[in-house]
Design a protein around this ligand. Structure first.
Ligand code: KIV
Ligand code: ZN
Length: 388
């Protein structure tokens, strides 16, 4: 078959073979207002993330509480395949808290924008660099992997940001992470920023994009196109304010739209999303891509007819790829093929008159603004059969 326009344009995209997935559901995700995970819940989620196949799990922030340190030790004892990472400010005490838990991967950060330097840290540009370098050297002296973040990097003066990252690289940082702390990037600026940093630095670049404008996944894709080797994500995109780039959206887009197959078992995505939603109490809207209740639901007669003939007509992603299910919804847009398929699903056999009666009742309820559940349909069919 001749390649379609999308396939043809992919040839002009600069695509990497792979991208590392750094999951921060248990750290940045837990910073979502109202979310507080117990040690046991953290262990369960860490195990599920490991089964899924993410490369690194940021489990939390060891310096903040006894519970965080207990989680660190217990998750460490699971012997996961994924790297286990903890957050630390560029402070000796924070790094010591992580070393006390026998962790061998620190994600250390300091704010670099003038807003952070002047109002939060009250430090000069030089002091910020000095603090970062001292902490990175201290962690490297203890033989651990260091990922360094310039917090609020996307509102930091560009020349200074490059200076900070170069100092971090010289101090021994193994990865440079670029946090869009308040989600101000758009795809064009995301691509430009990461391209510039790629030209200036030799260490692998990681991206950590927030979702204040709903662009975290789009920006992450642009960062990856510009050469970022790792992306930070959270399950369901949970996190501060509008959240972070969503794990399921990024991984599935990379797989389907970009053709980059990560070593992630995507069939576990729906279950993981439901689990995290239940544990955190953060419900997903029905329209949430990939994992929302309606992500694979069809109502209009035209769509259902197409899907029943060939699912790809209206499904760019097969539901089974992410462990979800196709749903045929009934309402005023329902067509005869959808109703027939639904009745077959429940082994309900109707003659033509009975079928027409059910069909008109479904449409009638839909016109009154009602949503017809499967239970409603069965009740209507039973009544019609009873009358026969
Ligand atoms: O968004 C952010 O800036 C962070 C930092 C801790 C890296 O989460
Ligand atoms: Zn963040």
């Amino acid at each position: 078959m001749e390649a379609n326009n999308l396939e043809k344009s992919k040839k002009h995209m600069n695509l990497p073979d792979s991208v590392k997935i750094f999951d921060t559901t248990l750290r940045d995700g837990e910073q979502a207002p109202g979310v507080a995970l117990t040690v046991d819940e953290k262990i369960q989620i860490a195990q599920k993330l490991d089964n899924l196949g993410v490369n690194t799990i940021e489990f939390g922030f060891p310096a903040v509480s006894v519970g965080e340190r207990e989680s660190a030790r217990l998750i460490n004892d699971l012997g996961l395949n994924a790297n286990l990472c903890g957050l630390a400010r560029v402070l000796k005490n924070d790094i010591d808290a992580l070393l006390d838990c026998d962790l061998s991967y620190v994600h250390t950060f300091i704010g670099t924008s003038s807003l952070h330097r002047d109002f939060k840290l009250k430090m000069s540009k030089e002091e910020v660099i000095d603090k970062a370098v001292t902490a990175i050297e201290y962690a490297k002296d203890h033989g651990i992997t260091v990922e360094f973040s310039a917090e609020d990097s996307t509102r930091t003066e560009e020349d200074y940001l490059i200076e900070v990252y170069k100092a971090a690289e010289s101090a021994g940082a193994d990865l440079i992470n670029v946090p869009d702390t308040v989600g101000v990037l758009v795809p064009t600026t995301a691509k430009l920023l990461i391209s510039k940093l790629k030209n200036e630095l030799k260490v692998p670049i990681s991206i950590h994009f927030h979702n204040d404008f709903g662009l975290a996944v789009a920006n992450s894709l642009m960062g990856i196109e510009a050469g970022a080797e790792q992306a930070h994500v959270t399950v369901n995109g949970i996190g501060e304010r509008g959240g972070n780039a969503s794990l399921e959206e990024l991984v599935v887009t990379l797989k389907i739209a970009y053709g980059i197959d990560l070593d992630i078992d995507t069939t576990q995505l729906f279950n993981l999303s439901e689990y995290v939603s239940r544990i955190t109490g953060i419900k997903m809207p029905p329209t949430k891509p990939i994992v929302g209740e309606n992500a694979f639901a069809h109502e209009s007669g035209i769509h259902v007819h197409g899907v029943l003939e060939n699912a790809a007509t209206y499904e760019p992603i097969p539901p089974e790829l992410v462990g979800h299910k196709r749903k045929i919804a009934l309402g005023k847009h329902t067509g005869a093929s959808a109703l027939k398929a639904k009745l077959e699903e429940y082994d309900i056999e109707l003659n033509q008159d009975q079928f027409d009666s059910v069909y008109h009742q479904v449409k009638g309820l839909g016109d009154k603004g009602k949503c017809i559940t499967d239970a409603d349909l069965k009740a209507i069919a039973v009544t019609v059969l009873g009358k026969a």
